[in-house]
Structure formats: structure tokens, C-alpha cells
Design a protein around this ligand. Structure first.
Ligand code: M6R
Length: 607
């Protein structure tokens, strides 16, 4: 996830406006920043690695001439944060500048082809193919607009682009496929941006650009075409109903709620990872004698779920270990044959990094899964994968958890296939299902959130909760418990439901709330038995079940239904969503701030 912005002023310098707008887009990415302007038929560019104000302090982003400008704030997906990888990117002749948000899936093939035609690339990004491709199309005698249309047809993936060129010095060209793009209309200016926060203080009139559309901004306003059939689209601006403050959270009252809703697109991004890194990591996992899945907090819960995926699909036993215990628990067993898969959203968690450093000293292989390219974890891992969720601002991890699970599932699928442990057909079916998961997540979010809000209202003042599940659902339960505990300050206990009778059951009395994650999998029958035992002792059961599970509906006090047909190994990705909402609404009913729980930080860089 990155932020793009563009601006055509009737008069005055555009650069300071772009600089300010990028600050409002910083929540979309903040590892690099850049701006390009056009003045006197020349392109002027400033860009560098670092947060906007750091780059501004070094380069003065306001000091670029021209009334037309584009800008970019980056969250790296391809190529570590660096000056070269920062946007805007240009063609060989320095006549076209491009900013891009999204992922160009076929960039390797395009780059190879363009290099064969003599193009020289400056960066390691996927985005740089765009100015070179436009340049190549122009060589064939097309107009700039035609070249852009042809370029768009060759790009696969998700992207929104803003392009300026000395060949068309009074215009900004934009293209949208999936990644968001809006146009803002003011009296003396026209803008384009990834998102409303960027333009909201400048205007309250916006046009949403739809998938597969190309838009040209000029002094007189904007023109939209549908790329596929080159038909002109007429669309009037609408009034933005949000104040500038509300716009930052896209109208949601909290970042956590916004990020829960961002899970469908974030899950779609995980399906666009580069195959070669997934394959490389799979090869290392396949070769390993012992595999340790090392992480803290939510990332540990993802590892726990992954241990079920690896053993059920690839018949590979792995050891999920809480990072702060890794050295004590496993240290002496680590050697050259060990592989450590460290999972960390931030890539900076001190406990995870010290486990990794220790493993490296003992010559183990380190693999990393993180959301932050350029983080310490990416620098010390032999192979790393970036989950591409974009920045997560709420302290409680939500969209990054489900994205971690999606990546780990993809690794498990590949490993299963490589090891020949599961039939090709079965893997294909699972892959098909994984592709449907973002849509299923969307349905759960839209259909169930009202009901979960009501359930949270009923239980928000309870003093203590159990979160239970069996099999892989015990990892889902653990994550649901962490969400409630960390943001609502409600003591909560999670354990595999089979453990109840070995101690925790003594806590249960009339009205004791138990959240039970109970998909219709191999454990269903036993889970029903556990629910009956709890009910017999007076527990109130809130069950997360598969749609139409009448057996549990009849015994639970409250239930949330999840769309049918989610395979067991993928169930945590969807079944955790009601638990995220449950924690969120409990916090709201308790009058607390879910984004800033006391005593906690987003990234824990001390041991
Ligand atoms: O950045 P990491 O994934 O390494 O962070 C690990 C934990 O600190 C993190 O998951 C924490 O538990 C969150 N607050 C959970 O919501």
C-alpha cells in the first residue's frame, strides 16, 4: 500500500500542496517519499528514503518549480526502501514521471522484454516498468494518450498510476485497476489521490474513478475513458460527507475498525506475492530437519495455526515457539540443520530478533515473514516474504494476522505438493478456496457485524471470558482472546477445549461467558460434547459456527454464522473476524480507545 497524489493549479507552485497532501497519506506508507513537477518543459524530481519530514529536512520538498506535480509516499513491496526505489520513476530520457500504488504482477516479464529493447532500469521496483513501457509505446508513433492506454492493457495486477510528461506539460494522466483513485475538483485546481484524506482540506468535491478507467486532469477539469472499449464516461463530482478528521480514518471512528474492514483487499494482496520467493522458502522448509516457527503475540498465534497447516497438509512437524522463550526452550537444540521461520508484522520485535540472531550464530537457516520491507528481519533473513498488508496503525493486529495466515497457508500448500503428500487435486481445490477467502471475509464483515455488536453489548461488562476451540481453531481462539484482553482489559483465558476438564472448568459458574470457535470440521462432534459440559455448569455460550449448524444453534446462547465450505486449514482466516469485532465493540461499550490500549506499543523493540 502506498499513497499517490497529483495536482494541477491554475497558478502558483504545486510542490508545497503535494508535500502537505502526502503527509495526510502517510498512513498508507512512510518508508520513502518523492515529488515530480513540470516547469518550462522540464521535469524536476526530489525523492529519498525516509519519512516525509526527514526527506523534507534534507531536500526541501517545497522547493520545486511548476504548477503541475505528482507525489508519492511509499510502503515497499518490491525493492527495499532506498532513494533509487523511491517514486517517481522515470523513462530512459527523463521525460515521463510515474507514481504508482499497488503491485504489477507481471513486471518481471515486462522488465525482461524492455531490457531486451535497450531500456535501462534504475530501481528494483515493479513500478519502473510503467514509464519505460509508455516510452516504448511512444516509439511506435502513438499519441501520449494512446501509449498510456496500450500500457494499461499490458499491466497485470492492482494499480493506480499518476503520470506526467514534458510531452503533455499541462496534464496529469491517471489509471485505475483495483487500487483506489479519486479526483478532487476545486475552483482553482484539480487533484488526484489514492484517498479522500489527501484532498479533503482542499475541496469537498470528489469523483471516484472506477476499475479499468483512465482519467486526464487538466485546467478545465477532467475527462474519463473506459480503457477496454475507449468509451467516454461522464461522471459528476459528489460532495464528500466527511470532515478532514473523519477522512483520515475513511469515516470509521477508529483505525482498528477501518483495518478490520480492510481485510478483503489485504487478503487479495497476499494472493499476488511473487512465486519465486514462495518457492524458495518452500525449498528451504522442505530441506530442513527441524522447523521452528518463532514469533510474539498475534504473530505467534499465526505460527500456531501454521503448525496445523504444515502437519495436516505437508506432514511436516514444526515447533511454534514464543520468541522470548526460544533460547531457553530450544537454544541448545539449534544447529546447522535447523530452520527458523520468524514471523513479525513489524520485523522489529526485539524478542523475535534476538531469537533469530541466536539461531544465526548457531548456523541455522533463517526465513522471515514480515509486513515491512527494509525492517531488521528482512535484513537478517536468508529469504523473506513481505505480506503486503500496508501500514497497520491500530495497536491490535487485525488485517496483518489474516494476511500472515494466508501467506503461511500458501507455503503449506506448496510444501504439500512438493513433498507429494497430498494429491494435486486436493491442493488445487484448496488454492481455489484461498482465492475465494477475500470474498468470504467480505460477506462475514458485511452480514455479521451488526449481530456481533449486539452480542458484545450483552456481554461487555462480564469480568472474565474463556475462548475455546479444538484443532486449528484453538489458535483462532487464542487470537480472539488476545484481542479482547489487550484492548478491552478483560481477563480472558484461551486453551484447546479438550483441556477444560483438566482444570479450567472449575472457574465456570452460572452465566460465565465462553466464546467457542466451532467450524464443522473433524472436531465438531467433540466440540459439541465440550459445549454440553460447559452448559451443564451454567456457562453462556457464544459460538462461532458454520452457517446452518442447527445442532449448535440449539444449544448456544448466541451464535455467529460463517459462510459454508471454508476448509479447516483456512478457517482461522475467516473465523477470527467475528472475534476481532467482538473485542472492538466490547471496547466501544466500555468507553475505551481501541487504537491506543494502555501500556502497549505497536512495535515492541525492547526485550
Ligand atoms: O510486529 P510483530 O508481529 O513482531 O509484533 C508482535 C506482537 O507485539 C504483536 O502481535 C502484539 O501482540 C499485538 N499488539 C497484537 O495485537
Amino acid at each position: 500500500m502506498c499513497g499517490i497524489f497529483g495536482c494541477i493549479l491554475k497558478e502558483g507552485d504545486a510542490a508545497p500542496i503535494v508535500h502537505d497532501a502526502l503527509k495526510r497519506l502517510e498512513y498508507r506508507g512512510y518508508d520513502s517519499v518523492g515529488e515530480a513537477t513540470i516547469h518550462d518543459n522540464k521535469l524536476f524530481i526530489k525523492k529519498d528514503q525516509g519519512k516525509i519530514e526527514e526527506v523534507h529536512a534534507l531536500h526541501n520538498l517545497d522547493n520545486l518549480p511548476g504548477r503541475i506535480a505528482i507525489g508519492h509516499t511509499r510502503w515497499a513491496t518490491h525493492g527495499a526502501p532506498s532513494m533509487r526505489n523511491a517514486h517517481p520513476h522515470i523513462d530512459c530520457n527523463g521525460q515521463i514521471a510515474v507514481v504508482h500504488n499497488g503491485i504489477i504482477e507481471n513486471f518481471s516479464e515486462l522488465k525482461k522484454d524492455l531490457e531486451e529493447h535497450g531500456h535501462l532500469f534504475q530501481s528494483k521496483t515493479d513500478s519502473e516498468v510503467v514509464p519505460h513501457l509508455i516510452e516504448e509505446k511512444l516509439k511506435g508513433g502513438l499519441t501520449f494518450l494512446e501509449a498510456l492506454r496500450e500500457t494499461a492493457k499490458h499491466l497485470e495486477g492492482a494499480f493506480s498510476l499518476a503520470v506526467i510528461s514534458v510531452m503533455e506539460p499541462n496534464k496529469i494522466f491517471c489509471i485505475r485497476k483495483e487500487s483506489p483513485l479519486i479526483v478532487g475538483i476545486a475552483k482553482n485546481a484539480t487533484y488526484c489521490a489514492s484517498d479522500i484524506p489527501a484532498i479533503r482540506p482542499l475541496t469537498d468535491k470528489a469523483v471516484t474513478i472506477e476499475n479499468g478507467e483512465l482519467v486526464v486532469l487538466e485546467d478545465e477539469g477532467y475527462k474519463i475513458w473506459r480503457i477496454a472499449d475507449w468509451s467516454r464516461i461522464s461522471r459528476n463530482p459528489k460532495i464528500i460527507p466527511w470532515s478532514p478528521e473523519m477522512a483520515e480514518k475513511q469515516g470509521y471512528p477508529h483505525f482498528m475498525l477501518k483495518e478490520i474492514h480492510e481485510q478483503p483487499p489485504s487478503l487479495r494482496n497476499t494472493l499476488r506475492l511473487q512465486e519465486k520467493y514462495l518457492d524458495l522458502m518452500t525449498a528451504f522448509l522442505d530441506r530442513a530437519k527441524d522447523v521452528f516457527l518463532v514469533a510474539c503475540g498475534t504473530s505467534y498465534n499465526a505460527c500456531l495455526a501454521a503448525s496445523y497447516m504444515f502437519s495436516k497438509l505437508a506432514l511436516l512437524a514444526t515447533h511454534p515457539v514464543i520468541a522470548s522463550e526460544f533460547i531457553e526452550q530450544q537454544g541448545r537444540a539449534i544447529n546447522i540443520d535447523s530452520t527458523i521461520l520468524a514471523v513479525s508484522q513489524s520485523g522489529e520485535t526485539a524478542d523475535t530478533l534476538s531469537a533469530v540472531e541466536y539461531a544465526r550464530l548457531r548456523a541455522a537457516t533463517v526465513l522471515g515473514l514480515t509486513n515491512v520491507i527494509g525492517s531488521t528481519l528482512t535484513r537478517i533473513s536468508r529469504v523473506y516474504i513481505c505480506q503486503q498488508s500496508g501500514p497497520e496503525i491500530g495497536v491490535a493486529a487485525t488485517k496483518t494476522f489474516t494476511a500472515q495466515l494466508s501467506v503461511l497457508a500458501q507455503l503449506a500448500f506448496r510444501l504439500a505438493e512438493k513433498r507429494g503428500k497430498v494429491s494435486h487435486e486436493e491442493i488445487e481445490q484448496l488454492e481455489e478456496k484461498l482465492i475465494q477467502i477475500p470474498d468470504i471475509a467480505e460477506i462475514v464483515i458485511q452480514n455479521q457485524k451488526k449481530k456481533i455488536e449486539q452480542i458484545a453489548k450483552k456481554y461487555y461488562s462480564k469480568q472474565c471470558f474463556f475462548f475455546l476451540g479444538r484443532g486449528i481453531s484453538s489458535a483462532t481462539a487464542l487470537e480472539g482472546r488476545l484481542k479482547l484482553l489487550e484492548i478491552a482489559y478483560v481477563p480472558a483465558i484461551a486453551f484447546p477445549a479438550g483441556e477444560s476438564k483438566h482444570g479450567p472448568l472449575s472457574l465456570v459458574e452460572k452465566g460465565f461467558p465462553v466464546v467457542f470457535v466451532c467450524p464443522k470440521d473433524e472436531n465438531h462432534k467433540t466440540s459439541v460434547g465440550n459445549i454440553m459440559e460447559l452448559k451443564a455448569r451454567g456457562a453462556s455460550i457464544i459460538a462461532i459456527i458454520e452457517e446452518g449448524d442447527e445442532e449448535i444453534k440449539n444449544i448456544a446462547d448466541d451464535y455467529i454464522e460463517i459462510v459454508k465450505g471454508v476448509p479447516e486449514v483456512l478457517s482461522p482466516i475467516v473465523y477470527v473476524i467475528p472475534l476481532q469485532f467482538f473485542a472492538y465493540y466490547t471496547v466501544v461499550h466500555r468507553g475505551l480507545d481501541p487504537d491506543r490500549p494502555r501500556n502497549l506499543a505497536k512495535s515492541v523493540t525492547v526485550k
